[in-house]
Write a new protein. Structure first.
Length: 423
């Protein structure tokens, strides 16, 4: 087994998610670019030295994913064995009907972002908006007006580097709330153990629940299937304008293709394409965030009837006292409307795919090591306890399955055949 983790190796092992934080921490040496495989990946102009690699290993989500650091947990009794710290959990949606309709689910994240910005608790919202190095990617955006926050609502199921500019923005001295995926939030929490600006200037870490995104080869295949090329694409709206709303691909020649959520993704979510790092993700529930917002469909799949009629309801989780305070403030100030209470085990029903990934994580990482990789590790995610829910036979099967997939190259960014679907 190799022991020296560096950017090249993290990418080779299929564990880079393209968050961009390494480029922000080492701006003179690393920059984000589109790799030959089509993903957003860091490229080293000058290789990091051994001290810098040690620093990288402390935060990179291709090395370690963290839940909530224990000093941020107010009450250990509030740690759910499956879902981590939960101080408050409700069903809610944006109080503004237009935002609720435009947003990915019920506009929970947009409502909370607007509350923080308009009450001047932060100077800006660092979030993701559509476009970037490719028209169907997302890019990091600092929104300092309500209009920009509203325009950036909706989910982008594509390569994005939300943390690329984070430190440059903190260098300006402003305060922000960050909206980013759970793996990105983990990276920021871990960097915060070394860099005091994170706790001082980031007033809230917000995240969507995340099961993974569409890898570039899958979009390229989709475009080929409709006789188009990525250069023809003007923009993609993956979700929003309804719950979940259609996927709309707009072309430079003015034409559009519109697909329903299930026509675009397929009806069997176990067969959805996604990057390897997402497939083996130990926590898509954002355990390191202050606030999490997700869907409330049974089994996380909308029915045809829901696709036509669902107005959008988020599960909104406050994981820290700060998160709870913000959620309560947003309800009181009528940015967020409460639909009712929820319980932590409702998440089992709404997000079963995430339960499976949490439980199998340890076996999968053992499978990576058996294949000669360094693999991923976890911190404050109870991975060792969760593996106890598997019997020995299933654990071994999962471990060997992971080793086998790595040996045939399924972990690689270059792997782009039908066989990269889950199994
Ligand atoms: C890649 C991905 C996978 C997801 N998988 C699941 C899942 O498995 N289960 C589930 O319940 N929900 C999932 N969601 C979340 C769901 O699509 C909604 O985003 C979530 O319910 C929040 O809805 P909302 O109405 O509060 O968001 P909105 O009010 O529409 O706000 C969305 C916010 O997320 C930001 N954002 C959009 N795309 C990204 C991105 N790629 N990276 C970082 N930030 C982004 C926007 O800038 C905006 O601030 C996923 C979202 C993404 C982006
Ligand atoms: S996961 Fe993020 S920090 Fe790690 S190598 Fe990739 S872009 Fe850099
Ligand atoms: S599934 Fe995990 S690794 Fe993939 S984008 Fe979501 S949080 Fe990150």
């Amino acid at each position: 087994m190799t022991t020296n983790n560096n950017i090249e190796q993290i990418i080779e092992e299929g564990l880079c998610i393209g968050c961009g934080l390494c480029a922000g921490v080492f701006p003179n040496q690393v920059q984000m670019q589109v790799s030959p495989s089509g993903h957003l990946r860091p490229s080293e102009r000058t290789p990091l030295n051994s001290q810098q690699n040690i620093h990288l290993q402390g935060f990179c989500p291709g090395v370690v994913q963290s839940g909530m650091p224990s000093d941020k947990v107010l009450n250990l009794e509030n740690i759910d064995p499956t879902w981590g710290p939960i101080e408050t959990i409700v069903r809610a949606h944006s109080s503004d009907a237009k935002i609720r309709h435009k947003a990915a689910t019920g506009g929970g994240l947009t409502a909370i972002s607007l509350y923080l910005l308009e009450s001047r608790q932060v100077d800006g919202i660092l979030q993701v908006a559509g476009g970037g190095l490719k028209a169907y990617f997302g890019h990091s955006q600092l929104s300092q007006t309500s209009d920009d926050v509203i325009k950036s609502s909706g989910s982008i199921y594509a390569s994005t580097s939300p943390l690329e500019n984070l430190l440059k923005i903190l260098d300006t001295g402003i305060t922000i709330a960050l909206v980013a995926k759970p793996c990105d939030i983990s990276a920021v929490r871990l960097l915060g153990k070394k860099d005091s600006r994170i706790d001082r200037q980031i007033k809230a870490l917000l995240t969507p629940i995340c099961g993974g995104f569409f890898p570039p080869f899958a979009m390229e295949n989709f475009l080929k299937s409709v006789g188009a090329d990525e250069d023809d694409v003007q923009s993609v709206s993956y979700r929003g304008e309804g719950c979940p709303g259609p996927t709309i691909i707009r072309f430079k020649n003015g034409e559009t293709i519109t697909k329903t959520y299930l026509d675009f993704w397929g009806t069997d979510s176990s067969q959805w394409y996604m990057p390897w790092r997402c497939r083996i993700c130990p926590d898509g529930s954002g355990e390191a965030a202050d606030i999490v917002s997700g869907d409330t469909w049974p089994n996380c799949e909308p029915t045809l009837e829901m696709m036509e009629n669902d107005l959008g309801t988020n599960v909104v989780v406050g994981r820290t006292s700060r998160g709870t305070e913000i959620i309560n403030g947003a309800i009181k100030a009528n940015y967020l409307s409460l639909e009712g209470d929820a319980k932590s085990n409702d998440l089992d029903y709404w997000q079963p795919h995430l339960v499976k990934k949490k439980i199998t994580a340890d076996a999968r990482y053992a499978g990576m090591r058996a294949a000669g990789q360094i693999g991923l590790s976890t911190l404050d995610l109870r991975t060792n306890d969760l593996k106890g829910r598997m019997n020995k036979g299933d654990y071994q099967q999962e471990l060997e399955g992971t080793t086998r997939r790595i040996k045939i190259g399924k972990h690689s960014d270059d792997f782009s055949e039908e066989s990269s679907q889950s199994n």
